[in-house]
Design a protein around this ligand. Structure first.
Ligand code: SF4
Ligand code: SF4
Length: 337
């Protein structure tokens, strides 16, 4: 479960936090770890005491399953106390490099692609020295999308676990073509130099799909809702993107019972496949893409059919996968046929 414990308007209460812990435990299948992904505006703003309470409640209620905590942060207020806490409680810390929010907005031509990473690097070094596991998440927008290798190398200097998020709205929104080209260049670079050394989330997810396994990466999975989000007021949505858009509301965790949570989530999660246009159903990449994220579907003004706005970027990427993988692992490709 993803937890957004902080917003400008408040912090999650202990009562809701305890319900989140018990509900997440009960909703997690028998063999699986109970995963808490702490995200949101800046979860560190909740303060260390909030997270100490969270861990205390996890230990109180979860005795027979492994607990996994991950947190995504821009490192606001990171200090010795946080580092010790993350280390002692085995948190995986995702450092978010988002050039839009952490800097004054320079003109496009003056934007230093490496700057968001340079800013995070001391935090990465600091955490690694204290034994904390980290990954790096880069937001890809109009200003860095044409510099894939610079972005990739800056990230690799910090960690071997990398994730990319495209910025799809606002005046720095990235185009489908440019993002597809960006991901293809990352794939080529990874394959040339870093296969089996660097973990890149979208590559690993697509490799799973090519092998016919479920990746668990929602955008390229068969259904939505594997990882619902609960916000500081206890409101549960299908996922973080749905929460941002105010869509796919499941209910308030204080009023939901387990069957409601699982039932409504499963029902709403079918939207991934249920409304797909014929073009997706007949697409040669259907079994690796599954139509992408339904929130990216927009109505074609000529045909009236809803299509994925990132379709061209996905196809560019899948073509690159075909080219690279055909040489070494032909059976991945044969799965598609
Ligand atoms: S690549 Fe495009 S057409 Fe094919 S399944 Fe994905 S979104 Fe649909
Ligand atoms: S709506 Fe998009 S982001 Fe949300 S779970 Fe579905 S694929 Fe993932």
């Amino acid at each position: 479960m993803t937890v957004w414990p902080y917003a400008d308007t408040g912090i999650m209460s202990e009562e809701i936090l305890e319900e989140v812990v018990t509900m997440n435990y009960r909703a997690t299948g028998r063999e699986k770890p109970v995963v808490f992904s702490w995200q949101g505006d800046e979860p560190l703003r909740c303060g260390p005491d909030f997270f100490k309470t969270a861990v205390k409640l996890q230990r109180k209620h979860i005795k027979d399953k492994r607990i996994v905590n991950t947190i995504v942060t821009k490192c606001e207020g990171l200090n010795e106390e946080w580092a010790n806490f993350f280390y002692e409680n085995n948190f995986l810390v995702g450092l978010l490099a988002d050039g839009r929010k952490s800097f004054a907005e320079p003109a496009l031509a003056e934007f230093d692609v490496a700057a968001p990473f340079k800013r995070l690097k001391p935090a990465a070094e600091f955490l690694k020295k204290r034994g904390v596991h980290i990954n790096v998440i880069a937001c890809i927008d109009q200003r860095n999308v044409n510099s894939p290798i610079t972005v990739y190398n800056c990230m690799k200097e910090m960690s071997d676990y990398l994730q990319f998020h495209s910025v799809g709205k606002g005046h720095h929104a990235v185009s489908a073509e440019a993002y597809g080209e960006f991901l293809s260049r990352i794939l080529t670079e990874w394959y040339k130099n870093d296969e089996n050394k660097v973990y890149v989330q979208f590559i690993e997810a697509l490799l799973s799909n090519y092998k016919g396994c479920h990746s668990g990466f929602c955008i390229f999975d068969t259904a939505c809702g594997q990882n619902p989000v609960v916000d500081y007021e206890g409101d549960v949505y299908l996922c973080t993107r749905c929460r941002e858009k105010g869509e796919a509301y499941i209910g308030n965790i204080m009023n939901l019972d387990l069957n409601d949570l699982l039932g409504i989530t499963a029902e709403k999660g079918k939207c991934k496949i249920s409304d797909l246009p014929t073009g997706c159903m007949q697409c040669k990449y259907f079994k690796v893409c599954y139509g992408g994220c339904p929130l990216n579907r927009v109505e074609n003004m000529f045909t009236g059919i809803k299509e994925n706005a990132l379709c061209r970027s996905y196809k560019r990427l899948f073509t690159a996968f075909d080219d690279i993988l055909r040489v070494t692992v032909a059976d991945y490709i044969s799965y598609l046929r």
